[in-house]
Ligand binder design. Structure first.
Ligand SMILES: [Mg+2]
Ligand SMILES: [Zn+2]
Length: 260
């Protein structure tokens, strides 16, 4: 399929829309799971590069956080790392301007393979917490001794009925496609939103993007896993708009508000 299709057609005006954001390298301009180690323990950062793909990713990150704790890194140091993580002012501006606009009415949903502590810290720090109706991610909490305890969204030992049924290769901890469908079911069904917009960059954003329809829009970050999977596996019905820098998403959000 041609990745250049649909790029010039203007996005139509709508009365209501759902904007789904991936977090790492989409809403935020870095990757939380790697960044925490880039700040505090570069050798553990290197370990992610060496082991990624051989161990389930959430489990890998949970183990490295135990090591980080063993080295005396405190909860404040972890939260401080999140607060200084690159976050583009244009992305923040675009989300806030879209949220306060009266038309279209926009619901924001954050769907991420990071974890609740990182995301909560950053959303609070950036003043974006109120903009998001829901955050679905891997659960995490600080234990009394300061350990950041991270677990999978779907535990490995959960009953078979709770495991996801995804066939396009989502990691066992979470299928973002199923999570998107579940969000829609909780919020009045697909027909509650005139249009769904998905902002993502990674290979695991391919599954939810596949579930979008022809009236929906995927804002795909260039040169990363999502673009590669769309190119290779195809099957996307939604309009695709590409971006590389957050300033371009700010422009696309403006277009999505019907301000041409
Ligand atoms: Mg991402
Ligand atoms: Zn999936």
């Amino acid at each position: 399929m041609s990745l250049e299709s649909n790029v010039t057609a203007r996005l139509p005006k709508v009365a209501s829309q759902l904007i789904v954001y991936d977090f790492d390298w989409s809403l935020a301009d870095q990757d939380t799971d790697r960044w925490v180690h880039e700040v505090h323990a570069p050798d553990l950062r290197r370990r992610i590069k060496e082991r990624d793909g051989t161990v389930q990713f959430t489990d890998l990150c949970a183990g490295l956080l135990r090591e980080l704790h063993g080295r005396g890194i405190t909860p404040d140091q972890i939260r401080d790392a999140m607060r200084v993580m690159p976050f583009h002012p244009a992305m923040r501006r675009g989300v806030l301007q879209t949220k306060v606009a009266s038309t279209p009415q926009t619901t924001f949903f954050l769907l991420s393979n990071s974890n609740s502590v990182y995301i909560d810290t950053i959303l609070q720090h950036q003043g974006l917490k109120e903009a998001f109706t829901e955050v679905v991610t891997n659960p995490a909490h600080f234990e009394e001794n300061g350990l950041l305890n991270l677990s999978r969204r779907i535990p490995a030992d959960a009953p078979a009925a709770q495991q996801h049924k995804c066939k396009v290769g989502c990691s066992p901890n979470m299928c973002k496609g199923e999570e998107l469908e579940a969000f829609l079911a909780r919020h009045g069904g697909r027909s509650a939103f005139e249009r769904i917009v998905y902002v993502g960059d990674g290979g695991n954003d391919y599954c939810p993007v596949l579930r979008l329809g022809p009236k929906d829009v995927a804002l795909v970050r260039r040169y990363r896993g999502l673009e590669k999977r769309i190119e290779k596996e195809g099957g996307v019905e939604a309009s695709i708009r590409f971006w590389a820098g957050a300033w371009e998403v700010e422009g696309l959000l403006k277009e999505l508000r019907g301000e041409y």
